[in-house]
Design a binder for this molecule. Sequence first.
Ligand SMILES: O=C(O)[C@H](CS(=O)(=O)O)OP(=O)(O)O
Ligand SMILES: [Mg+2]
Length: 225
Amino acid sequence: METRFVGIAELAEVPSVAVVVDVMRAFTVAAWAFARGAEKIVLAESLDDALALTARHPEWVALKDGPPAPGFALVNSPGLLRSADLGGRTVVQKTTAGTVGALAVKDASLVLCAGFVVAEATARLLRARGSGSVTFVVTGEDGRADEDLACAQYIAGRATGAGTDAAGFLRRAAASRAATELAEGVRLGVHPDDIALCLEVDRFPFAMVAALEDSLMVLRPYATP
Ligand SMILES: O=C(O)[C@H](CS(=O)(=O)O)OP(=O)(O)O
Ligand SMILES: [Mg+2]
């Protein structure tokens, strides 16, 4: 398996297989939303689009990063989301990095969204598919966010069958700028457990696949065999 690691702005062409990584916090949050019963997550292009979607579908629930805001019942925090009852709900998610990265590769033939919490399930799906070439989209900090790069490299190692140990990758993520900013209160809409929840390797058994459905980019859990 050939792997490359790129930032969103470096995506010159449509990849065949893309793994979009956002550890802190979009795709940790997405995984928790599915664990709390969400049926699907619509990845919104903008905050206005998210509000327009929930206006058109009042039963859907909107989620954004940063502080709580009118029209957005949920924030981008696994610690806050883990007690939400989302049974059968459709979540509309808009964040600074993760959702932007997934939308940037919406024409790829396979788009997986990932963090440490779904690492092995993601790697298993890549192994099962036998993908020749995989592009890892490192969503944070113009491709330099070390929590995302470390997670991408960890998943790549597991996907290629190298018996990768998680400890060093988790140490890098724990020392990343994002983790520091979450801990110091620079980022808003934060629960004290967010960093620990973002660093739980294989917390969930499913991968997360995003695909276009009626022109919307929709993320769903995918049970890997
Ligand atoms: O919510 C997050 O952690 C970030 C936004 S910010 O850096 O906290 O403002 O968004 P994400 O797209 O999940 O990286
Ligand atoms: Mg992030």
